[in-house]
Design a protein around this ligand. Structure first.
Ligand code: SF4
Ligand code: SF4
Length: 377
């Protein structure tokens, strides 16, 4: 494993972090496959991973429980543990303590190393100030419940800069960053202020691991490191940048853990040469043309009052679009019953919660129209 300095802390973090939002599940259900998840987490730790990331809402609260079980048998002492408080669920000062105590109980630990305000934006920042949540977090440090404060965000550079400049004791921040979402202003600014930068969605919810053939061809015909997989290309793009401390991967199979560890072991700032970066630039340009709805599958938009599984509807549409064959996905679409895109009542509740700022209701009309033309009889 390779390690990098973690912002202003005197600590070296593994370049690969285990994101605990996509554990394997049992038979396509919502139930986490605990045994396999624990095996994967411990394998990662045994191979040098020392940074684990969860959140209150991941796997509807089960992520923290499973992670807590994985950290028994001496594994807790080998890692730093991150979890996040959902600012949207905090409506009084005392809610902070309630949520934190529940998380400590779920994780079955005495303290959390890095406690993050989840998906912080400028509105939530105002809420944090209104309910004195920074002071609450500082009290939690004094009580020994947490050790460091940070935030994750999908907001604009302007707002992120405001948030960073408003508090001088942030230790870390977490951003979505990959060769498709390559706006580096927030990353560079946070690093210049001494914050450790942790990257989420380096593979865009797995989409960069399984690109369409036209993208695979760009990599395969590049003449560079033929053995490199699409995932490795994407991960190395992030690790190539020295401002990054940890790259999180939400791994859902042991094979992914093993492949990502292999990639991490060869990573280094400045590893990619100019020609390799050009290959990635060509892939990015091609992707831009192909993916019509840039949904990451984060599920933050749920629940929809019409029970529409928004990311799944978009995934079917994107796949149909990329392969220019909607018929291949119309059967899966028809299985949605009453919760197809045409059930959308354009309430826009989902749009307020979408960190990607997607015009979801507009896309629903488009998706509905396209799938109607190839409806399964
Ligand atoms: S706009 Fe449509 S998809 Fe979004 S929450 Fe409302 S009904 Fe659901
Ligand atoms: S539509 Fe937005 S909030 Fe919903 S899953 Fe996609 S990216 Fe996430």
């Amino acid at each position: 494993m390779k390690f990098r300095k973690f912002g202003k802390l005197d600590w070296q973090a593994s370049v690969l972090g285990f994101g605990c939002m996509r554990f394997p599940v049992v038979n396509n259900s919502d139930a986490v496959d605990e045994k396999e998840s624990i095996r994967m987490i411990r394998y990662a730790i045994d191979n040098g991973v020392n940074y684990l990331d969860s959140a209150y809402g991941y796997h509807e609260g089960k992520s923290e429980v499973v992670l807590g079980k994985a950290l028994k048998a001496g594994y807790r002492q080998k890692v730093k543990l991150t979890t996040k408080i959902p600012v949207w669920a905090v409506n009084t000062e005392s809610d902070f303590d309630k949520v934190l105590d529940e998380q400590l109980k779920r994780l079955n630990v005495d303290y959390i190393d890095f406690y993050l305000f989840h998906s912080l934006n400028i509105d939530y920042w105002k809420k944090i100030q209104k309910f004195n949540l920074i002071e609450k977090a500082q009290s939690a440090i004094k009580e020994g419940k947490i050790r460091n404060i940070g935030f994750s965000s999908h907001d604009s550079y302007k707002n992120i800069k405001t948030i960073i400049d408003s508090f001088d004791q942030w230790v870390l921040c977490q951003f979505q960053y990959n060769y498709l979402d390559s706006n580096s202003e927030s990353v560079k600014y946070a690093a210049s202020k001494g914050l450790a930068v942790v990257v989420m969605e380096p593979l865009l919810g797995g989409k960069l691991s399984n690109p369409p053939q036209i993208i695979k061809d760009i990599f395969d015909n590049s003449g560079y490191r033929k053995e490199r997989s699409p995932s490795d290309w994407a991960l190395q793009w992030v690790w190539n940048q020295q401002e990054i401390s940890v790259v999180l991967s939400g791994m859902s199979a042991m094979q992914q853990v093993q492949e990502n560890i292999k990639s991490a072991n060869i990573s280094s700032p400045g590893l990619l040469n100019r020609k390799e970066l050009k290959v990635l630039e060509r892939a990015r340009a091609q992707y831009e043309k192909l993916i019509p709805i840039k949904c990451t599958g984060c599920n933050y938009c749920k629940p929809c009052p019409q029970k529409i599984n928004i990311p799944w509807v978009f995934e079917l549409y994107n796949k149909g679009f990329i392969h220019q064959h909607f018929e291949s996905y119309s059967r899966a679409y028809s299985m949605l019953g009453e919760a197809k895109a045409d059930a959308c009542i354009q309430c826009a509740k989902c749009e307020k919660k979408c960190p990607q700022g997607l015009p979801i209701s507009k896309f629903m009309s488009k998706v509905s129209g396209v799938f109607k033309t190839c409806a399964v009889k």
